[in-house]
Design a binder for this molecule. Structure first.
Ligand code: GLU
Length: 429
């Protein structure tokens, strides 16, 4: 029987354990989820009818601090997916050395079918259902797939009303005037970009020789495309959920972003101001995009995109996981044998949660930082942890994902061990 997403996620720990010299008790503890919550979310629709949606919040582990992780609105959201995503957050925060555990949540809903008012009612109703389980020192949500700053703002407002206390630190990724942080909006894409830049230094790349394909043109995909374009890389393909476009000479990314923002579609255009004209490009499917002859492939959409079926056809020599879980563990094996370097999600896309941590710290202090300061601090942490994981990989002769988990396990083990494990309580230590 095929493994569930959560089982597949947990299976990767055993491999990392071989390289991490940690207490077996720590490993076992991390295979379990701290708590799970399923709620019904009633919403009065515009036509007067009442619809009930199903929402989830899962906390995986809080040894290193309050739990942290996004809220996703997508029809495929279910308990298994949310559990896997919460698990990844624990390791993501540990890789980055930020003082949080992992959580995740979401609602099974297609937000494209909701009016703006319905979306607001849904978001507020969800907070009403989970308000007793979240809080600035217990569990702190944030944006994820198809949720954004405005939604975070509604949620913070709803939580503050319920608790009768202005509480910006309960949620991150808020609009700037409502306590958001400068630099949070593009932080995930920026973190991916900083990882690629660290690799460029190691490999002595000239950016203009490097061809990049990006699957997904949402928050992460758009921003990483833009930053890579500015740095001189050639972005030859991008896609959204409807399909993609490919052009060997590369695209002018600001034009693509302009078109996507105004038409909600990925279109092959070149724009001067607001006047856009079409450029020659090939229409491709999302599956075709993954198999293009490029140097760097950036899956920036959803999980399970690269599987044992298409992994043998992947031509990119580097995959940078801007999405969470885009490569299955079976595909991992095939790609590692082919010598494909995978910069894993728990490192590559951790820029988002890192700037969320900055936002939370600013909220708690009531003192706000400038944008440059945020970029600088993010760059320092991304570069430090990229190089930590890279050295772990070289020292242990393992793949980069195993190295990232190993590095995270060591940090988690330090925290679990500080509370005492079997060795301590049985007097062996
Ligand atoms: N949803 C993002 C992630 O998967 C951000 C989480 C956060 O900022 O807490 O990392």
């Amino acid at each position: 029987m095929a493994k569930s997403l959560f089982e597949d996620a947990v299976a990767r720990l055993d491999e990392a354990y071989k390289h991490a010299h940690i207490d077996k008790e720590s490993l076992n503890r991390l295979k379990f989820t701290k708590s799970i919550l399923e709620v019904s979310v009633p919403v009065r629709m515009d036509d007067g009818s009442l619809q009930i949606f199903t929402g989830y919040r899962v906390r995986h582990d809080d040894t290193r601090g309050p739990t942290k992780g996004g809220l996703r609105y997508h029809p495929n959201v279910d308990m298994d997916e949310v559990k896997a995503l919460a698990f990844w957050m624990t390791f993501k925060c540990a890789v980055m050395g930020i003082p949080y555990g992992g959580a995740k949540g979401g609602i099974s809903v297609d937000p494209k079918n909701l009016s703006r008012l319905e979306l607001e009612r849904l978001s507020r109703s969800f907070i009403e259902q989970i308000a007793d389980f979240i809080g600035p020192d217990t569990d702190i949500p944030a944006p994820d797939v198809y949720t954004n700053a405005r939604i975070m703002g509604w949620m913070m407002d709803e939580y503050s009303k319920i608790s009768r206390c202005y509480t910006p630190a309960v949620i991150t990724g808020k609009p700037i005037p409502l306590g958001g942080s400068l630099g949070r909006d593009d932080a995930t894409g920026r973190g991916v970009f900083y990882c690629i830049e660290e690799l460029r230094k190691k490999r002595n790349w000239d950016p203009k020789d490097i061809k990049v394909a990006i699957q997904g043109f949402g928050n992460a995909g758009k921003h990483v495309a833009n930053l890579l374009h500015q740095a001189g890389y050639t972005i030859v393909a991008v896609s959204d959920s409807q399909g993609g476009i490919y052009r060997e000479q590369g695209f002018d990314i600001p034009s693509l972003i302009h078109a996507k923002n105004s038409t909600r579609r990925v279109k092959a255009v070149y724009c001067e101001g607001s006047v856009c004209e079409a450029v020659d490009a090939q229409h491709i499917t999302n599956e075709e995009l993954l198999e293009l002859p490029v140097d760097i492939l950036i899956p920036a959409a959803l999980e399970n995109q690269i599987t044992q079926k298409n992994a043998p056809n992947i031509k990119a020599s580097v995959i940078v996981e801007a999405a969470n879980g885009p490569v299955t563990s079976q595909a991992d094996k095939i790609l590692t044998e082919k010598n494909t370097l995978i910069i894993p999600d728990i490192l590559a896309n951790a820029g988002g949660v890192t700037v969320s941590y900055f936002e939370w710290a600013q909220n708690k202090n009531g003192y706000y930082w400038g944008e440059e300061e945020v970029h600088q601090k993010l760059q320092t942490i991304m570069a430090r942890e990229f190089n930590n994981v890279y050295s772990f990989m070289e020292n242990k002769a393992c793949d980069m994902r195993t190295a990232a988990y190993g590095h995270a396990l060591n940090r988690l083990d330090d925290a679990i061990r500080a509370q005492g494990t079997h060795e301590f309580f049985s007097g062996q230590q």
